[in-house]
Design a protein around this ligand. Structure first.
Ligand code: CA
Length: 511
């Protein structure tokens, strides 16, 4: 990072003609940057200041990349507000060359382990949770009732079990279940039930008459049918019998979960899902590069990392395709981009639907600038695989798991992919959390991290203030991931019990 201008302005690449104001109070009129540029307009924290004169129609460059074109001449020292920037065309998917096949090689990182719950299928959990899967929204009231009852009355008898969670969702009936797009919600729900933190002890609650039959949500081996409970079962007379039935079934699973013990596991058993939400201009300078550095460490130690959020990758995809391990992986990534372009077009949306007003107040002018900052969380490792929404992870190393950028949808799809740790970067602040997997919240700026001291787990804003480097921050995050995965440290959302709902990505029609 080039801090030659001043500690109060960060310029990320030599070619950049804008700098980012890093002080909490922003830059005042009259401030002189180290290169002699005089600030002629107040620059709020996180926003861009022109460090050279920019002519009308000229490129505006950040991260060494074009983030837009100037709608009018901008003087050195002036605020480069988003109203002055016109959006460049997105990278043309047809013209991005595919890379040659390569076998990724990593400098091995050895000697790091965590304490996890080894499952019979080889996967490893970081929590020990009883999951109650559901085939349809109709049963949500019942499963919420059961979740409360089990928490209050049964869990005290199973001290090794961390919790019980009803996997409620809006899908399952009133939908066109046989259309091609239905594969996404169906495999999402099936794969969530197989998340390593449930230890293979999931049970399914169905209604009976729904379109999505519960059998489709559970692996067909090991007596699958004995783990399915249908409320319309004709042998059940009244609500109390239903409660008795499901509680009895839950008890057998709780007994097995209670026997799980943490054991030493290599970092190669980690599956870390990275995403950001409520980003600001700092995200691409601090929290996302720190996450990227930690991602590289996990990959070097043999583990798996996923990054996602198609709309926040789309405008930087030309920088990612050359990092894929061959034409098949590169092509798979381009296909996911194309699918999403078409999906947005069908909805008559375009890429200006992202960023949000809060992103803009945080200094992010447009989706190109947001994407360039967003992909920093992928680090520098080769991209070994691409997953469609809701697919399960297949390879160690860095995987692109295609999802919408919506925090709760992305989190739900990464759960389905099999993540056992979640790292979430935020600049504006969000209380986002999941009950199934620990969510480490990394603040991109110290202003937020201090104000939300009991909601943010790590302050990466210290990179902008010069207190630590990206490398130091990345190592700190890596160690934090291992501590949380081992159950030695609790993340804020677990301590406070702040949990979001599962939100299913359903691109198909309702009926
Ligand atoms: Ca997001």
């Amino acid at each position: 990072m080039d801090k030659s201008l001043d500690n109060t302005v960060i310029k990320l690449a030599e070619a950049d003609n804008v700098g980012i104001a890093t002080e909490l109070t922003g830059l005042q009129v009259g401030a002189i940057l180290n290169d002699g540029t005089r600030v002629i307009q107040k620059i709020p924290m996180g926003h861009k200041v022109a460090i050279v004169p920019i002519g009308k129609g000229d490129k505006i460059i950040r991260y060494g990349q074009i983030i837009g074109f100037a709608d009018k001449a901008i003087k050195a020292g002036e605020l480069v507000h988003d109203s002055l920037i016109s959006l460049p065309a997105p990278p043309d998917l047809q013209s991005i060359p595919l890379p040659d096949a390569l076998v990724p090689e990593y400098t091995p990182l050895e000697g790091y382990t965590f304490m996890g719950y080894r499952n019979p299928d080889g996967s490893v959990g970081t929590k020990n949770v009883l999951g109650i899967s559901t085939s349809v929204q109709c049963v949500a009231g019942f499963t919420n009732f059961i979740e409360r009852k089990i928490s209050q009355e049964l869990l005290p008898g199973f001290p090794n079990v961390d919790g019980v969670v009803a996997l409620n969702h809006s899908y399952g009936c009133g939908v066109a279940i046989n259309v091609p797009a239905a594969i996404i919600p169906i495999r999402t729900l099936r794969n969530i039930a197989a998340n390593p933190n449930f230890g293979g002890e999931v049970l399914v609650v169905g209604l009976g008459c729904e379109k999505l039959q519960p059998e489709r949500l559970i692996s067909q081996d090991n007596n699958a049918s004995s783990n399915i409970f249908n409320m319309q079962d004709e042998s059940l007379h009244g609500f109390e019998k239903m409660v008795e039935g499901i509680v009895g079934l839950a008890e057998t699973h709780l007994e097995k979960l209670n026997e799980r013990k943490r054991e030493v596991c290599p970092v190669s058993d980690l599956v870390v899902g990275m995403q950001c939400g409520g980003s600001d201009s700092f995200s691409g300078i601090t929290s996302n590069p720190a996450a990227g550095f930690a991602a590289d460490l996990i990959v070097r130690a043999g583990g798996s990392v996923m990054f996602s959020e198609v709309t926040e990758v789309r405008d930087a995809v030309h920088l990612l395709i050359p990092r894929t391990t061959g034409p098949d992986v590169g092509n798979a990534m381009l296909e996911q981009m194309k699918w999403y372009d078409d999906y947005l077009e069908r909805g008559q949306a375009d890429r200006t639907a992202n960023p949000s007003p809060g992103n803009k107040r945080g200094g992010l002018s447009n989706i190109v600038e947001k994407a360039l900052g967003s992909i920093a969380k992928s680090g520098t490792s080769p991209i070994v695989d691409v997953l469609g929404p809701g697919e399960k992870i297949r390879r160690k190393g860095l995987t692109f798991a295609a999802t919408p950028a919506s925090d709760f949808i992305c989190g739900t799809l990464q759960l389905a992919a099999g993540m056992n740790m979640h790292v979430f970067m935020t600049g504006r602040g969000t209380p986002y959390g999941l009950s199934m997997v620990p969510v480490i919240k990394v603040g991109s700026n110290s202003k937020l991290s201090r104000r939300w001291f009991d909601l943010i787990d790590m302050d990466a804003g210290r990179i902008a203030s010069g207190e630590m480097t990206i490398e130091e921050s990345g190592w700190e995050l890596f160690h934090l991931i291992l501590e949380v995965a081992s159950g030695n440290k609790q993340v804020a959302t677990d301590r406070l019990g702040l949990y979001n709902d599962l939100v299913i990505f359903d691109p198909g029609p309702a009926t």
